[in-house]
Design a protein around this ligand. Structure first.
Ligand SMILES: Cc1cc2nc3c(=O)[nH]c(=O)nc-3n(C[C@H](O)[C@H](O)[C@H](O)COP(=O)(O)O)c2cc1C
Length: 323
């Protein structure tokens, strides 16, 4: 399959692995890239720019294919050392950056001068138009189904993707709720040039997370995610567990008085305990509704090969068959 995204990023298949906190280490990024997709290291999971430089070097050791780095611009006062992370990306020879969260405009000149392609993840068409205007090369359109932060508009991809296709000039990929060949073919039909998957890539052999996390995704249905932090306008889709139920109870009880401090215990610094130690009730962790479509733990190559061959069959048999 050849699309604007495979051409832009120099990859074989139009499949991207989105940045994921405490999941997007070099092992996963390299496995996805070696399988012909685009693997992405999560920048901020690395505590310092020097750690990120080291992770990039480890990834270069594991693959000679293109891979990217995710830079998430958080809505917090004490910002991480973003200029340092950008420097580590450029000096590490990485040519693709997935930005997310706040507007990445400040860092675009440095990235562009270094020949880095920027794909900005957006949950609204107006944000994607802004990304296009400030010079991003592509967009990742993240629907309401997605694991992580779906924004506050609640528009699912069945509407969001055709809306993006109607408005955008830069190419975009579909993100949120993507799991298989059906997701890919439907995304292409709605105007996307490929797809981005998060949750699906956690349930793979190479994802460097505790087995409990993979099993929890396989066991979950599409009914098992919850939206937290809505009252703080920082909505996150997570897998239901004890900590999440406790947090939601606080949201109900405190209503408009809820402060971030009230839920710190359920959200702050919990990722290593979940992803590394497999303590599944330690706190809230991002997971998409797509868990309902995930029933196995293949290698990244098995997953991507299956998607691509099923997609070919879908297009050449089912779709041409109905004409
Ligand atoms: C465990 C987990 C952690 C994530 N962490 C980040 C992150 O740090 N930065 C980011 O931009 N997106 C993050 N995401 C969002 C993914 O990159 C991707 O956009 C999303 O998972 C797509 O939805 P899906 O899970 O339905 O495939 C995370 C998602 C998950 C499931």
């Amino acid at each position: 399959m050849k699309t604007k995204i495979t051409e832009m990023f120099g990859i074989q298949h139009p499949i991207i692995q989105g940045g994921m906190h405490f999941v997007g280490f070099a092992e996963l990024a390299a496995a996805v890239s070696n399988a012909g997709g685009l693997g992405i290291i999560t920048g901020l999971t690395q505590r310092t720019p020097a750690d990120l430089a080291n992770e990039i070097a480890r990834c270069h050791d594991m693959t000679d294919k293109p891979f990217g780095v995710n830079l998430t611009f958080l809505p917090i006062v004490q910002a991480p050392d973003y200029p340092g992370y950008v420097k580590a990306i450029i000096e590490g020879g990485v040519k693709i950056v997935e930005t997310a969260g706040n507007n990445p405009q400040e860092y675009l000149p440095a990235l562009k001068d270094a020949g880095v392609k920027v794909i900005h993840k957006c949950t609204a068409v107006r944000h994607a138009l802004k990304a296009q205007k400030i010079g991003c090369d592509a967009a990742s359109i993240d629907g309401f189904e997605c694991g992580g932060h779906p924004g506050e508009d609640d528009i699912p991809n069945m509407i969001l993707l055709p809306r993006a296709a109607d408005e955008l000039e830069i190419p975009f990929v579909a993100s949120g709720g993507m799991a298989d060949a059906r997701s890919l073919v439907a995304s292409l039909a709605m105007g996307a040039e490929g797809m981005n998957m998060g949750t699906r890539f956690i349930a793979t052999k190479e994802a460097p997370v505790h087995e409990n996390v993979k099993k929890a995704i396989v066991a979950a249905s599409e009914l098992d995610t919850r939206l937290i932090m809505r009252p703080l306008r920082n909505t996150e889709r997570v897998l239901a567990n004890e900590a999440v139920e406790r947090l939601l109870e606080k949201e109900r009880r405190l209503g408009k008085d809820l402060k971030f401090d009230d839920i710190m215990g359920e959200v702050a610094g919990v990722y290593p305990r979940i992803m590394t130690e497999g303590d599944m009730d330690a706190g809230a962790w991002s997971c998409g509704m797509v868990a309902g479509l995930i029933n196995d733990i293949p290698t990244c190559k098995e997953l991507i090969d299956r998607i691509m061959s099923d997609a070919e069959a879908l297009i050449s048999s089912r779709l041409s068959g109905v004409l």
